[in-house]
Design a protein around this ligand. Structure first.
Ligand code: SDX
Length: 393
């Protein structure tokens, strides 16, 4: 058929489908970062170490992790000039809009890290990567503070990665946010479980933009835009809104399930393009949800509804026959709500967690010497036809 090309022909030998970062077996529910099973990483590691592993390919030795943590800590503040940028956004601006804009603008404040000269950008990669891992938290927290008319809170040198984020989000100039280990650990686990996930919509976007020679800041900024979609990273917000609507309607989930089966609505947080058995991250987060709720002594009806939806869906042929099981977003939203994060920040949390994966994929593509991604198409428009003058139309 004329005009029909295969994916490879369209991409050419860009190596866009080859990667050494993350392995997924959708049938068996397997997810590994650089060969290490996600269950073992979740059990033994933390987000900063998982970020190092995802980006550099090996678990860090003690001194490597110490130096990496210090580099991230030192980079936590942003250029004072960037504070003015927040004044230009209306308070109804979505935090993902602000995040995408500010991450790209970081390249203007640190131009030596964002030259669009591939070799220079690779030479400065370590600084650019640590800058993004560190500052994405600060920009995220500042967007929340700006939207609520609150003063910006500066990072503290003694706090861990997640503790500093919560501090910048919720402390006040006159008193510090009280950090609970269970809350800090739950957030760290959510970041860790989101660190990378093969060629998902946003990561593929980062690689597409990077293939044109764009710097790391511009590439991850594009990834933020792709992640915002409700079918992708926006699903964690959509899950909580779905559960809140079910709860408000007095339905125990039965009516909602029937509506999802007719296509009238979707069971947000269910289904996955790759996992056709279960999403191992959902399993880990489902267990974490129980721990967090018990530790914080929370009895949230939304968790009960979530459990009921999961049980009902597992017994319903519509979902079973379509391999629709909970994905990472199904429980992450409930936990984020339990630890007090505002709904419109949920996808921002996903972006902070996914930053190491986007950075690792940018590095892998940049080092591969891949050609620019240029997918071809299957043309289905008009065949050739002569121009028609206005008087003859
Ligand atoms: C993430 O790619 C990644 O790795 C993504 C991610 C990552 O870490 O980066 O894992 C993160 O994006 C997780 C997914 C979050 N999105 C949601 O939870 C939104 C709800 N889920 C769906 O929209 C859907 O399941 C997708 C988008 C996740 C997957 O879509 P697919 O594989 O393209 O499936 P499809 O849309 O072709 O649906 C196949 C069938 C259809 O029914 P039929 O036409 O066969 O009758 O399944 C049905 C769909 O109607 N279906 C659902 C459903 N998801 C699919 N029906 C009800 N509820 C759902 N959630």
């Amino acid at each position: 058929q004329s005009g029909v090309v295969t994916y490879d022909e369209g991409y050419g030998n860009t190596g866009s489908c080859e990667s050494k970062i993350t392995f997924i077996d959708g049938e068996k529910g397997i997810l590994r970062y650089r060969g290490y099973p996600i269950e073992e990483i979740a059990e033994n590691s933390n987000f900063v170490e998982a970020a190092y592993l995802t980006i550099y390919g090996e678990l860090p030795k003690a001194d490597e992790l110490r130096n990496y943590s210090r580099r991230i800590l030192r980079g936590a503040s942003i250029h004072e000039g960037m504070k003015n940028l927040f004044n230009g956004f209306p308070t109804n601006a979505h935090p993902m809009v602000i995040l995408s804009a500010l991450l790209n603008t970081l390249g203007s404040y640190y131009p030596e890290l964002a030259t669009n000269d591939r070799q220079k950008d690779l030479d400065n990669f370590d600084d650019a990567a640590a800058t993004l891992i560190s500052k994405v938290r600060t920009v995220a927290a500042m967007s929340y503070r700006m939207k609520h008319g609150l003063p910006f809170i500066y990072p503290k040198p003694k706090l861990s990665y997640c503790a500093n984020f919560l501090h910048m989000m919720f402390s006040e100039p006159y008193n510090d946010y009280v950090l609970h280990d269970d809350v800090v650990n739950a957030l760290d686990l959510i970041f860790l479980l989101h660190a990378d996930h093969e060629q998902n919509c946003s990561t593929s976007t980062v690689r597409m933009v990077a293939s044109g020679g764009a710097n790391l800041f511009a590439s991850v900024s594009a990834g933020v835009c792709a992640l915002w979609g409700p079918l992708h990273g926006g699903a964690n917000m959509a899950v909580v809104k779905m559960l809140q609507d079910i709860h408000a309607s007095g339905d125990d989930g039965t009516d909602f399930i029937e509506k999802a089966k007719t296509g009238e609505t979707r069971l947000m947080g269910f289904g996955h393009r790759v996992y056709k058995n279960y999403d191992p991250r959902a399993k880990i987060l489902g267990e974490a949800a129980e721990r967090v709720f018990a530790a914080l002594n929370i009895n949230d009806p939304l968790l009960d509804i979530a459990r009921r939806l999961e049980t009902k869906a597992r017994e319903d042929d519509y979902f079973v026959s379509r391999n629709l099981y909970p994905n990472v977003d199904f429980y992450s939203g409930i936990i984020l709500q339990a630890i007090g994060l505002p709904l419109d920040m949920f996808t921002v949390i996903f972006a902070i967690g996914r930053m190491p994966g986007w950075i690792a994929n940018w590095k892998e593509l940049a080092e591969s010497g891949a050609r620019i991604h240029r997918p071809r198409q299957i043309y289905q428009g008009s065949t050739q036809r002569p121009y028609v003058k206005m008087e003859a139309r």
